[in-house]
Design a protein around this ligand. Sequence first.
Ligand SMILES: C[S@@+](CC[C@H](N)C(=O)[O-])C[C@H]1O[C@@H](n2cnc3c(N)ncnc32)[C@H](O)[C@@H]1O
Length: 263
Amino acid sequence: MALKQHIDERIRFDQQVDNSRSYVLPFVEQTKALSSGVNVMEIGCGEGGVLLPFAEKGCYCVGVDLNPLRIDLANDFLATEIGRGRMQFVYKNVYDKDFLEKFRGFFDLIILKDAIEHIPDQEQFIPYLKNFLREGGQIFFGFPPWYMPFGGHQQVCRNKLASVLPYYHILPKALYKGILKIFGESKPVIDELLEIKDTQITIERFEKIVEESELRVLSKQHFLINPIYKYKFGLQPRKQIGIISALPYLRNFLTTCVYYTVG
Ligand SMILES: C[S@@+](CC[C@H](N)C(=O)[O-])C[C@H]1O[C@@H](n2cnc3c(N)ncnc32)[C@H](O)[C@@H]1O
């Protein structure tokens, strides 16, 4: 059974706004002052709700997504802010040459919220992001580590059991695909889930890529309960306890979300 917010775009937009205002923006503000004159880009912005609290702080915001339907929704939901010249939404692949040339060296902050795990070849992608940054620019990442109970994004499944069953996304690809078929999932859902399996990212791999990209971790927070589970499952967000957060590899199985700012 797919969750309500995967069906109702307005609910998803409102949840993006609330989550960003309560968690993403306060986390970013620990290392980056936000005010007018600060340019912010969200890659994989979806309906654009994550950016609204940043625009309300006076930042100029650009959202980019390769899904045209989601960009249409962002343009609709945020028409007032766009009309005031505080935001724009672009239907593009962030790798498109003309997009890079337009925004090279333009941003003080790049946001990737629940997006990096959908983008292939992160070893190439993370250093590529530096092309968009101004001097002193920072990048925020928020993502679910692959080995966490629902790291396969199985909550998008239509079948109720398939959507709540933990850890089976870790099984070998053919077996995972077979189980999804037995659960009666449609081809687009199975393709999406197998794509996420291909682009999976762990805490250790992420930190290694950041280091190899000559970026520094400026702040990090691991969560036992992802802040967005408040909307999805009615659970109160919880930070991960320090000892688990410090245990390489094992922590991935028990950490449902991580936030990082790098620069
Ligand atoms: C799970 S959604 C996250 C939406 C939003 N950031 C949020 O937190 O609700 C990931 C988005 O990344 C977009 N995306 C994936 N690869 C991309 C790329 N190369 N360029 C632009 N957008 C991309 C997808 O189209 C999708 O809308």
